[in-house]
Design a protein around this ligand. Structure first.
Ligand code: ATP
Ligand code: IP8
Length: 263
């Protein structure tokens, strides 16, 4: 059984405050919950984390979201990659403290894009890690792009690609809201949560999906769900609030949580 879990930037960093600061304690708690879940249930796991300000703030400030135009932009592109490697390093270290070993794959070494869309993804090493019982990890990054020279690949695009290619059983999207609502719950306190989403209510859901209100270049909840729908037809996706204690354990062990999407 293959699970893919995303820890959103709004979970592993101070995305709300737009600070380049990782939330170490939250990352450690998530590591503990993954460990507990793996002691309770057998599954293979790929862990992907988002960028928060380590990616979104830099790309926005550097104005390199629509392509690299000169040498200075290439230097900025490299800075974003370094910033994301730094965040990934923190994630690896905090997991290690809890006795969970992650095996990193550097997205800009294995992914190529054209016009912000993945065109190739070398998943060979990833497959080897999984078959050896290891947890491979990737993250949102900036990668070479055949049209734009360099572009952002979100953790969500990485997950959508992998879920289709590796035929994942379930994708868990851990973010800072406990599911998908009839409107962005951060903007509309009357928004109602969809407990289940499928073809019968998809039209209403599509209208409700919006971008993030934080600094974000990859489309917030709208971007996330549209990417999954495009690539993961027939798959199961759970959107939940990974900032809540026990949430990751509950999600991975099959307890009812968040919004369940069956496209
Ligand atoms: P990152 O992209 O940095 O990894 P993330 O994966 O945690 O972050 P975001 O891209 O910030 O997630 O998207 C989640 C945000 O989407 C929520 O904080 C919420 O404000 C917003 N959102 C927009 N529309 C909706 C909706 N209909 N239901 C729930 N959340 C919504
Ligand atoms: O946070 C974005 O990844 P995401 C990556 O998963 C960058 O959308 C570099 C902004």
């Amino acid at each position: 059984m293959l699970y893919i879990l995303k820890i959103g930037g709004s979970v592993c960093t101070e995305k709300d405050e737009n600070n380049l600061q990782a939330k170490e304690e939250t990352i450690q708690r998530i590591a503990r919950e993954i460990k507990q879940a793996m002691e309770n249930k057998r599954f293979q796991l790929i862990l992907v984390h988002g960028a928060g300000p380590f990616g979104h703030k830099l790309v926005t400030d550097f104005e390199i979201d629509n392509g690299l135009k000169n040498e200075e932009d290439f230097a900025k592109f490299k800075k974003v990659q370094e910033s994301m490697k730094q965040l990934n390093g923190i994630v690896l270290k905090e997991f290690e403290k809890e006795g969970v070993e992650l095996h990193p794959l550097v997205p800009h070494e294995v992914i190529r894009q054209e016009n912000k869309k993945i065109t190739s993804f070398d998943t060979q090493i990833l497959g080897q890690f999984l078959s050896n019982g290891k947890i491979p990890t990737l993250y949102g990054d900036m990668v070479p792009d055949s049209k734009l020279k360099g572009s952002v690949v979100s953790g969500d695009s990485i997950i959508a690609w992998l879920s289709r290619e590796l035929k994942a059983d379930t994708v868990f999207l851990g973010t800072d809201v406990d599911g998908i609502y009839s409107a962005d719950p951060k903007k509309d306190s009357n928004a109602k949560r969809f407990d289940r989403i499928n073809e019968s209510n998809w039209l209403a859901v599509e209208k409700a999906l919006d971008e993030a209100s934080t600094v974000d270049v990859t489309g917030g909840m709208k971007g996330k769900i549209e990417k999954m729908r495009e690539k993961f037809k027939g798959g199961k996706v759970i959107v939940f609030d990974a900032n809540k204690e026990e949430s990751v354990f509950k999600a991975l062990t099959g307890q009812k949580i968040g919004t369940l999407i069956e496209f």
